[in-house]
Design a protein around this ligand. Structure first.
Ligand SMILES: *[C@@H]1O[C@H](CO)[C@@H](O)[C@H](O)[C@H]1NC(C)=O
Ligand SMILES: *[C@@H]1O[C@H](CO)[C@@H](O)[C@H](O)[C@H]1NC(C)=O
Ligand SMILES: *[C@@H]1O[C@H](CO)[C@@H](O)[C@H](O)[C@H]1NC(C)=O
Ligand SMILES: CC(=O)N[C@H]1CO[C@H](CO)[C@@H](O)[C@@H]1O
Length: 304
């Protein structure tokens, strides 16, 4: 009797320590802005060096600016002949490339409609132009800065990565792999989704296969060695890699932001539903703030 009471008290003490640790780690997000009319389905997010955020939309060929300080938003670019936009990457200081083309849940995918657009803020106002229309595109979605004059584009329907020179628009497929392909039974023809290059490594997700991968690439973007699978059991959308090599992955319906340290430890940064993409802030004040775009129109933030 006495022994079991002591044991029970001991177990209680242990369990309260365990739950205290778990509670300390729990975080919640703060809403920055909510898009509630059209567009709504935020798909890509990027941070400018002036603290503003850029948000692209899966349900409209537009790019919007969001100011986390004033919590106001305004349209910065309309992509002609596009119904859908995707990844955003900074290709020179305050110059961004954005994926846009034609997809809608009602109208389906129009292959060959995809283009890389350039949105240049260096003159003070956004100057929007087509960098390159790609007639042999399948379904562009993910985008990453790569070398100073090259970007890497994920073609979600072809299961490929395309490298493009941002000065000339010249492009070529550098990787095509089964881990990047959509499965035959995919609801929409999307395999490779999030694409981010960091320090010799290309990270990418497959949105229809619940996978997250990494592979070393050479200076032209071609793969070197084997593709590693970081996980194969969690719905995975777009991602960001911080300056220390930590990856943050938006997991949409899986309901969380997953963090992967350079040595491969996986944890949940925060629970949040519908996250499509993430980025770290670029100013001294918000470099440890992760901004999250959601398909419910909510733009939110959390400390990393
Ligand atoms: C996320 O939710 C799960 C289940 O409710 C909980 O156990 C976990 O502590 C939460 N994680 C964070 C980082 O809040
Ligand atoms: C790339 O740009 C950075 C910053 O402008 C510069 O420091 C670096 O030398 C450039 N690298 C190459 C390979 O051109
Ligand atoms: C970049 O990769 C090199 C070689 O693997 C490594 O030594 C270095 O720590 C990495 N840098 C960062 C910032 O992760
Ligand atoms: C539709 C589809 O391809 N589903 C796949 C999701 O990912 C898991 C794990 O890789 C596969 O087992 C499923 O077949």
């Amino acid at each position: 009797m006495r022994f079991s009471t002591l044991l029970a008290q001991g177990l209680l003490a242990i369990s309260s320590v365990v739950s205290a640790v778990a509670i300390d780690k729990r975080q919640s997000t703060t809403q920055v802005y909510k898009f509630s009319a059209s567009p709504t389905s935020a798909e890509g997010i990027a941070a400018r060096s002036n603290g503003q955020l850029l948000v692209s939309f899966f349900d409209k060929g537009e790019l919007w600016g969001v100011d986390p300080a004033t919590k106001k938003a305004s349209k910065v670019a309309t992509f002609t002949d596009a119904t859908c936009a995707g990844g955003i990457a900074e290709i020179a200081p305050d110059v961004f490339a954005v994926v846009a083309g034609q997809f809608s849940f009602g109208g389906g995918l129009k292959t060959g409609s995809w283009a890389i657009w350039k949105v240049d803020f260096t003159s003070g106002t956004a100057q929007t132009s087509v960098l390159k229309k790609v007639p042999d595109s399948g379904f562009f979605n993910g985008l990453s800065a790569f070398t100073n004059d090259t970007i890497l584009i994920g073609d979600a329907s072809k299961g490929a990565v395309v490298a493009m020179n941002v000065n000339t628009g010249a492009y070529s497929t550098v990787i095509q792999d089964a881990t990047m392909a959509p499965p035959a039974n995919a609801g929409i023809p999307m395999g490779i989704d999030g694409v981010r290059y960091f320090n010799g490594t290309l990270y990418y997700t497959n949105v229809s296969k619940n996978t997250f991968h990494k592979v070393a690439v050479d200076a032209t973007g071609k793969k070197v060695g084997n593709i590693a699978t970081i996980w194969s059991n969690t719905f995975s959308d777009d991602l960001w890699v911080g300056p220390d090599g930590t990856a943050y992955v938006a997991t949409g319906s899986a309901g969380k932001i997953q963090k992967v340290t350079p040595d491969g430890r996986i944890s949940t940064l925060v629970n949040i539903s519908g996250a499509t993409s993430v980025t770290l802030g670029k100013t001294e004040a918000d470099k440890n703030t992760l901004y999250i775009a959601g398909n419910n129109g909510v733009i939110s933030s959390v400390k990393v």
